[in-house]
Design a protein around this ligand. Structure first.
Ligand code: HSE
Length: 450
């Protein structure tokens, strides 16, 4: 095995030579093409900023016929093994997606002593421990800025800019596809299907959009962000999960009439009982910054003990924003800032304690409830009485004269346990005709900076 230099140190002395950074690009899809575009169009800028010249020696794709247009300027190949083994290559950029072949190539690259830059949160969620272990063993780094929040440098912020902060909570809109769908449904009245089809066309959606709409993509990103924010090992399976595929247009409309917007929120917060981690369609009050995050945009609210509230906002999906983060990692690895941060991330297997989790039933919030009922005397009284018996206090009640088969309630702050138990009883009442819809309402944490 030829050991690659840990990183390339640009010399401080004036020089006309710009060290080359040899790259093998695995994947010539939306993101891969975006990376090629930035590297070629911004070559002078990158050289002036970093003193380095990134050179893509190989573009690896699965099907040469589909990428003939790239062949003029690039060495396009299907031979990943040869590309990884090329001694000129010090950084392997994995933008293929998926956990199969992408995982094999990533492991092979690390074993060959190559640094890896990846946008693949699914791979890190499934095989992160093994891959970070291989990176450590082979003294190379993994850059994964593009895995969360598209072009927003949130990994850099959590691991460097905010390193002096105890993070108390992190709340994100971190799936562009879901946010685009929700925005088009609530603002343009599009159907769910039409909005999803357009998100796929624009290039936001995963190869399998079920990963987006089920909330899994969001949970995988939250697992990475929460691990870095709280320095406890958070896994996807630790996160309570509901996707937008179970959300009904009626609830988007009701929320809007109540002054809220429904967003797919990823929430990670430190509580006395442990970490509260959840991904769910959630009502966000229209006064909150998060309610104004529309289309393919992402945003992450971070609350740190020293900084108070900090809000990161930007394009969370799509070709150029994701490629922007990949290029940042390529140069970060080459300049040595990624290995530097990486050593301190403590992401190697066994180095972090398992997260101490708050039981999902103990999670506390306000809730939105929609009951489907027959219009009979005493129905509302039956519902409110049962809620009262479980200690659930009501904040608002709404029934439309034109739709007397739906009752919408909002609660004061309570536990999910109390709401679940009350709703289970209510759903057995004779005039309740369908399962009650329950979504949490987000209330901004109190902001303080010491
Ligand atoms: N499918 C993802 C999204 C792409 O829609 O946000 C970026 O991870």
């Amino acid at each position: 095995m030829v050991r690659q230099p840990g990183y390339i140190r640009p010399t401080l002395k004036s020089t006309n030579t710009s060290p080359l950074v040899g790259i093998a690009l695995l994947g010539a899809g939306v993101v891969g093409r975006g990376v090629l575009k930035i590297l070629s169009e911004q070559a002078d800028l990158l050289k002036r900023r970093t003193g380095l010249t990134p050179v893509v020696h190989h573009v690896v794709c699965r099907n040469l016929d589909r990428h003939g247009d790239l062949a003029g300027d690039n060495n396009v190949t299907t031979d990943a093994a040869a590309a990884i083994a090329d001694p000129r290559v010090s950084i392997v950029v994995e933008v293929m997606g998926g956990t199969g072949v992408a995982g094999e190539y990533t492991a092979a690259a690390l074993k060959a002593g190559k640094h890896v830059v990846t946008a693949n949160k699914a791979l890190l969620a499934a095989h992160g421990a093994e891959l970070f272990g291989l990176a450590k063993e082979n003294d190379v780094s993994i850059g994964f800025e593009a895995s969360c929040g598209g072009g927003i440098p949130i990994i850099d912020a959590l691991t460097r800019g905010l390193v002096g902060n105890r993070i108390d909570s992190l709340i994100g809109i971190i799936n562009g596809t879901c946010n685009y769908i929700l925005t088009q449904m609530s603002e343009q009245g599009w159907t769910y299907e039409a909005a999803l089809a357009e998100a796929q066309k624009i290039g936001f959606a995963e190869a399998d959009p079920v990963m987006d709409v089920s909330g899994r993509d969001t949970a995988q990103k939250l697992a990475i962000l929460a691990t870095l924010a709280f320095n406890e090992q958070v896994n996807e399976a630790d996160i309570a999960l509901a996707g937008i595929d179970s959300l009904k247009a009626d609830d988007i409309r009701n929320a809007s009439q109540l002054g809220y917007t429904i967003k797919l929120l990823a929430i990670a917060e430190r509580t006395l009982g442990g970490l509260n981690l959840r991904v769910s369609p959630t009502l966000v009050h229209n006064g909150d910054l998060l309610a104004d995050v529309n289309g393919g945009f992402n945003a992450i609210s971070v609350y740190g003990h020293a900084i108070g509230h900090q809000f990161f906002y930007g394009r969370g999906a799509g070709q150029s924003p994701t490629a922007s983060a990949v290029v940042a990692d390529i140069l970060g690895v080459a300049m040595g800032t990624i290995p530097h941060a990486f050593e301190r991330l403590n992401v190697y297997p066994g180095t972090l304690p398992a997260a101490r989790m708050l039981s999902h039933d103990d999670a506390v919030s306000r809730f939105y409830l929609r009951f489907s009922v027959k219009d009979k005397p005493g129905v509302l009284a039956g519902i409110t009485e049962t809620l009262g018996e479980h200690g659930v206090s009501l904040q608002g009640v709404r029934q439309d004269e034109n739709d007397t088969n739906a009752i919408v309630l909002t609660t004061h702050t309570t536990t999910r346990r109390a709401v679940t138990a009350a709703v289970a009883e209510i759903d057995k009442q004779p005039h309740v005709v369908a399962a009650t819809v329950v979504w949490p309402i987000f209330d901004r944490p109190e902001e303080f900076a010491e």
